[in-house]
Ligand binder design. Structure first.
Ligand SMILES: [Zn+2]
Length: 234
């Protein structure tokens, strides 16, 4: 279909089946996807990538050899980011991660991060959980970042070996024991000396990130940075 015709067709489709912003329920216009421009603009950003010793960096510092750490959004209980993350993880709105990843990737690129990493590795789900949910939310976010940063997303390198229980009601120590040696690196030669961006959806205690990071460092990764969609300060 010639593009002018297909555009008219798509305009017609959105007239008949209007698409709505998932956050504010206003109609989406051409070029908007899932979330409207205003809602993207209003998301509570951390700005951590502009400040090396930010709260997330400080939280992880001393636990793992870390080059940099940043998170896009501030997780606010009962707020817009919690709603967004809930839709993203539990209501099958997998596109949210991709859209947010692209927005953050664009902002990181503008701040000079586009050639800082050799590869992007999402925190993996256990294969059984992955099958049940149908997607790995961290991988969706990583795919959005990949589109803007010049580094490939490699979802197969990190593997989750052990199925962990829901971590919400556990103490910090128990959580840590729970994730220790849960991750393994497939094809360690691929990460030798490489600058890796490890990507998660939400970071709270950092225990999962710490366990992934140790697996990567023990397998010879050259430099490790961490990036999440949201950061929940405890
Ligand atoms: Zn909106």
């Amino acid at each position: 279909m010639p593009s002018a015709v297909s555009e008219i067709f798509l305009d017609f489709v959105s007239l008949v089946y209007p698409r709505y912003c998932f956050a504010c329920a206003d109609g989406l216009v051409k070029g908007e996807d899932i979330i409207c421009t205003k809602c993207i603009h209003d998301l509570p950003r951390t700005g951590y990538h502009l400040e090396r010793e930010n709260p997330l960096y400080k939280r992880l510092f001393g636990r793992i050899p870390l080059h940099s750490a940043f998170a896009f959004l501030m997780f606010n209980k009962g707020g817009s980011v919690q709603k967004l993350m809930h839709e993203f993880k539990y209501n099958n709105h997998r596109e949210i991660g991709y859209v947010i990843g692209r927005v953050y990737g664009e902002e990181l690129t503008k701040s000079g991060f586009s050639d800082q990493f050799d590869m992007i590795l999402p925190v993996p789900l256990h294969p059984e959980k992955h099958r049940r949910r149908g997607y790995n939310q961290s991988e969706k976010f990583a795919k959005g970042l990949e589109e803007k940063l010049s580094a490939p997303c490699k979802a197969e390198i990190l593997q989750r070996l052990v199925k962990t229980d829901t971590q919400t009601k556990k103490t910090k120590l128990k959580r840590w024991e729970n994730v220790k040696q849960v991750f393994a690196v497939q094809n360690p030669e691929e990460i030798q000396g490489r600058r890796i961006l490890l990507v998660d959806d939400v970071i709270t205690t950092g225990a999962t990130i710490e366990a992934c990071a140790l697996a990567l460092i023990n397998s010879g990764c050259g430099q490790l940075s961490v990036c999440s969609m949201a950061y929940a300060a405890e």
